[in-house]
Write a protein that binds this ligand. Sequence first.
Ligand code: CMC
Length: 427
Amino acid sequence: MSRNATLTIDGQSYELPVVEGTEHELAIDISELRATSGLITLDEGYGNTGSCESTITFINGEAGILHYRGYSIEDLCAHSSFTEVSYLLIYGELPKRAELDDFESDLTRHTMLQEDMRHFFDAYPRDAHPMAILAAMTASLSTFYQNAINAGHPEHVNLTIRRLIAKIATIAAYSYKKSVGQPTIYPDNSLDFCCNFLKMMFSVPCEPYEIKPTVSHALDQLLILHADHEQNCSASTVRMVGSSQANLYACISAGISALWGPLHGGANQKVIEMLQRIYDDGGDASKYIAKAKDKKDSFRLMGFGHRVYKNFDPRANIIKKSSDALLKELGIDDPLLEIAAKLEETALNDEYFIERKLFPNVDFYSGIMYRAIGIPTDMFTVIFAMGRLPGWIAQWKEMTEGAGRIYRPRQIYIGATPRSYEPIQKR
Ligand code: CMC
């Protein structure tokens, strides 16, 4: 049964179709609103705006539900690998054995960087943020693979997708090697995605390196949990840039830049910096809770709150359990953990946080796990980007396979009305 919403303004009524999603979410379709009424909608921060219809990821923020292509994040974390989940997100179905083998073999084959690109790392300053390097190197891939960035050509698209996933781990590891002044380690194609990344990150040519299965499993799970999150800031950026028909490397590079900000993926780095600051300041969690509540203080409790989750973040629940198990298995006693636990307990029982439905989000715990794995703080968001890459690709692919309209929001102008021009001598 089709439903309509009626908008009445100045005595004139407009019928607007109501769209229902497969999980019964409702939206008012305003795509004809301006043409019929001359009005637009105003929604700063897009909190009430659906920018597209999508078949990729479902979130119910009130119930704490996250599904990729209909599969629960809990099931995928328990039974799948990151590469399998990547395939699911990008191609829409869980792969059959032969499909997964083919996908993984492509991801393995394309791990090496063009040798000239490897030399780019020599030119970055040693203290460059690895997210800056990741964004720049990702955009640079389009200069080396110019013949394979044609969005209208499925084989080119497929090759570019696989190249990107394969090479992002190599770029990420090289940016770390640059920051610590160690030689870059070539990929080892006998290893799976996570083991290969860990080896490129942590091994040195002069010593044998042992990959701990617990660590590679923990990393794999973290990547799955980050793999997509529907129309967040970076995914919307990828779609926005892609809607102009820019090539996929450029779109992903833009997504990486959007993710870098502290209110988005950069929050995982900020969480550890915040915990360290509290620890250095004597470890008084309640002092920082008070700061977070003080509207005159710009301090926010990093890793708390979410635009969509108003109950709990299901990713945070999974990570919390895994991080407890990982720390126990690695025998790590991290003083920052105690501070994190104190903050969490105090905030969860504090009226300010309860009223505003501010719960720990994925970034509150992921930093603790990255630390346990030995990943330095400024690489946290890079790992988030590696995990989010298949989601960005899936969002881009869905967008380019759709109607293909350029994203172009409107605005309400509130600036000066027409005025006469003053020559510079008279101003
Ligand atoms: N600490 C203290 N107060 C907060 C916090 C926080 N972390 N988050 C929100 N609030 C308050 C905010 O001041 C506002 O209060 P009031 O109603 O009195 O003005 C209210 O809660 C609603 O906040 P908002 O800023 O309108 O919410 P938003 O949906 O625009 O922002 C957010 C969501 C995630 C940017 C925000 O909660 C935040 O800044 N959190 C800290 C940064 C963080 O952890 N980001 C990672 C998000 S999860 C990873 C990802 O998907 O990117």
